[in-house]
Design a binder for this molecule. Structure first.
Ligand code: A2P
Length: 294
């Protein structure tokens, strides 16, 4: 199919469809990762905060697919902003790998271990500078660095002093949370975008939406394929459907080409159905300026 890879600003290629593992529990995620890789996936996304890096690593080993053929992403957890070097080593150890294809700052929201929300005396821009240093010092361990959950405002502040342009900004994207301003800004700056929760996460009303179902029936595919393809059809966007169900892992791997008219119809869903899968607890904090998807 079309949409196989997106070129990063490092020159590396990120496969357009990857397996998401947010909420994929240990016990299930090993099998999901193994199945996905055996089926043909070559892009796996996890995070220290998901509490499943060890099991993702077990799934990768069990698949028998060489590490060099897999694009593996993990993320720096919020309470580790002041401990980035140690956190990197821990993620590598948990995953049972020598290197990451991509290491993301999970949120521009430093926390202290045990804190309930962000702490404002730690600046995520300093964390980015630490990540840059680690990237430059350890090209054997880090192939690319990037960010996640960054709004345009945050990206502007980062780019104003960054020495390394983030390779990727990973954000929530689905018809109810299109965040077109962020995608446009990233495209203009050479930052690839990766879509998480493309289906709208658990129990998503999008899978039951009449427009989605109609377009799916027309193409003879599942509603999920339409939502995944909608993201994969956007320039510079890769997409991470999450599943721990083998049959869904398989069917989610099919991306189809949507017509401009179908894309417009899907984008119009936003006018009636607003929700966000991943409510940032600090939304509304003026100085952080998070975009609210209503
Ligand atoms: P499960 O993991 O039990 O298979 P998102 O990718 O937006 O985060 O959505 C993940 C949610 O969607 C999970 O609850 C997952 O369930 C479910 N899901 C994944 N693929 C499909 C599919 N093809 N059809 C219906 N639901 C799906």
């Amino acid at each position: 199919p079309a949409h196989k890879f997106i070129k990063l600003n490092t020159g590396a290629q990120i496969p357009t469809v990857g397996l998401g593992t947010w909420k994929s529990a240990p016990g299930a995620v090993e099998l999901a990762v193994e199945h996905a890789l055996k089926f043909g996936y070559r892009h796996i996304d996890t995070a220290a905060a998901y509490g499943n890096e060890t099991e993702v690593g077990i799934g990768i080993k069990a698949s028998g697919i060489p590490r060099s053929e897999i694009f593996l992403t993990t993320k720096l957890d919020n309470p580790d902003h002041l401990n980035a070097a140690e956190a990197l080593e821990k993620s590598l150890k948990n995953l049972g790998t020598d290197y990451l294809d991509l290491w993301l700052m999970h949120w521009p929201a430093p926390m202290t271990p045990g804190s309930q929300g962000p702490v404002f005396d730690v600046d995520w821009l300093d964390t980015w500078k630490t990540m840059e240093k680690l990237f430059k010092a350890h090209p054997d361990k880090l192939k690319a660095i990037g960010v996640s959950n960054f709004s345009v405002e945050f990206l502007k502040r980062l780019l104003a002093s960054a020495e390394v342009i983030p390779a990727v900004n990973q954000i929530e994207l689905h018809p109810s949370c299109p965040q077109q301003d962020i995608v446009d800004f990233c495209n203009a700056k050479g930052i690839a975008v990766t879509a998480y929760s493309p289906l709208g996460s658990d129990n998503s009303p999008l899978l039951k939406n009449e427009v989605v179902k109609k377009i799916a029936a027309k193409h003879g595919v599942q509603p999920a394929n339409i939502l995944i393809s909608l993201q994969a059809n956007r320039p510079g966007v890769s997409v991470l459907p999450k599943s721990v169900t083998n049959s869904r892992i398989e069917s989610n791997f099919s991306v189809i080409d949507l017509t401009e008219e179908e894309i417009k119809e899907l984008n119009d869903i936003d006018k009636t159905l607003h929700f966000r899968a991943c409510h940032p607890s600090w939304t509304g904090h003026g100085s952080l300026g998070f975009p609210d998807c209503k």
